[in-house]
Design a protein around this ligand. Sequence first.
Ligand code: C2E
Ligand code: CA
Ligand code: CA
Length: 650
Amino acid sequence: MVRSILSFRAPFFRLKANDEVDQQVRETLVGLLYSNPLSLLIGAVCGGGLCIAAALTTGDSLLIAAAWTVGVIALIRIAILVAVKQFGMANSVASEIVFEIGAFAYAASLSVMAVLAITHDILPAAKMLLVVVAVSYATAIAARNAGRPTIALGQLLLVLVPLSIAMLLSDSTLIQILGVATLLHIPSTISITFNVFRSLRDSIVSAHSNAKFADKMQVLARTDVVTGLANRAGLNHAMVETMMAIEDDSRKALIWVDLDRFKEVNDLLGHPVGDRVLSEVAKRLSEVSPESATVARFGGDEFIVFCAVEDRKEAEKLSSEIHAEIMRPFRIDGERLEVRASLGVALLPDNGTDADSLMKAADLALYHAKVGGRSQTCFYDSSMSRDLVRRREIEDELRSALKRDELSIFFQPIVDLETGRIKTFEALVRWFHPEKGELKPDEFIPVAEETGVIVTLGNWITAQAARIAASWPEDVTVAVNLSPLQIRAPGAALGIKNALREAGLDPRRLELEVTESLFIEDNHATADFIEELSEIGVRFALDDFGTGYSSLGYINKFPFSKIKVDRSFVSGSQVGRKSDAIIRAVAEMGTTLGMDIVAEGLETVEQVQAVKSAGCNLGQGYYFSRAVPDYLAAMLLANEREQDVRKAAG
Ligand code: C2E
Ligand code: CA
Ligand code: CA
């Protein structure tokens, strides 16, 4: 019987949407049957109680038996309701069937009560009460159970059809009229029930499709369009999920793959080819990685493979397979193309216990792989320390520092030890970083040299220094430090000449400080640079003398006008008789060759006296002044001129 009701209902109320939606709607609507137990409770208690009360007043044994049946069914239904709620089975098919049986049994028993009341000769009040209970139950329940129309209509028909027939067959005209009215009640209640059902169903279907749409959008948002791999968001999501489900002894490897010089592929062959290379790399990565791995494209030409591994050995094996796969030549439109890659690998839990620290470790390892000459794999090691992190940050930020006006040039005077007058200002670059504060040139100049930024930076420094020096008195010169890389860059001499011309500075007022390291390599470009600029009057100073290569050969070979004896001979830990002797020897050589000898790093009056008596003619150091901004340099010069005027005035 139950099966036949279910099978009858299925095609009749089949929804347009697919089975999955159908199922969802069904579950929600069945849930509604049990959702408001109070209304059922009140209905059952009132119905059962009233029937028993009315039946008892009649003394009719059939009615009394039927009334008790109503009461018992009501109690059983309440018990079932409590049990279903208790075990959280409100949405199941079984609970729907149980509800159905209970509902029909209860409706049938009320119907029997009402029919008996009409057909038996009992008190009019009892008659009225039993009929009212049955009719009001049937109409109220149709609205309440509209979510499952079969149940609602079944209940309605079970009560009202036998009752109206009994009424129509009655010999009282009034009751016959009532029978007609009750019969008419049936279609109107059916229509209301269906209306309620349809609006319930539609709102559930639309909520469901909204949720599906949101799911689809989420998948799209986590997918990289070029390669079909997970994108950054997808990777984050996968990593968070993995980390949450992680077990104590599980090990994972995060392999960060960066294609070397991929920009060149894009620039030379165009973006469409670049995209195809990326897709091919993605395909190879997916094939070579374990089934359960998350493979993601992390940005331009960077990929990440995140997967479970047994141990470090397995991670090593996998990363070398990945490396080999990427290096295998590509064929695109018949063209052979080779791509190289650097890999950085970090292991969980050894190198990090959360997604963030693991990413940082792999990123550092990758950076190491790239700095170490590219096309290699580096595993994270704790020695890839903060220094590297800081260097990396500096590298990134240095490029924009110039544009953001964070760099400026300070000037430190070089003083004639005899007269105490300023002969030269050495230009020293300063970086005022908005977060890190003042950065020392020793921290960022080497990074600028390594990354090649020094060329742009150096040109800017020379241009600024020349511009400021042009405003000083004619007899004051400016010294600018040059890195070897800057000198060897194409067009280096031209850059200096342009700076001089634009600033309107006499070339004889510019001095370029170079270090001994420049001469380690016998380089034509260096010799040409020095020669070309010397010809127009630019002078050269040998900086940090005594710290490095220290071959006197090049002093002879190149036209140096000045030697700067390194600070370590003046104020360093090795200062003593030996260093004093060296300073003497250098000073003597300088005098013979007609060069100025500068002692660097003078901090005390004793040091000044010592280097002076050793034969140095110029001095630089905190004793005279630290490096100061241009306006203070101008003030120092103005003070000197004022003193001159006073002296002259006597
Ligand atoms: P350097 O060419 O030997 O410059 C002299 C350094 O010694 C400066 O440090 C200066 O502030 C410091 N100094 C001067 N007098 C004393 C003193 O009495 N005691 C002590 N302890 N130190 C003193 P700074 O400005 O930090 O520059 C460090 C190095 O950075 C420079 O050494 C130079 O090699 C490089 N550098 C600075 N500015 C530039 C630049 O514009 N271009 C290039 N290529 N390198 C630069
Ligand atoms: Ca210098
Ligand atoms: Ca120096």
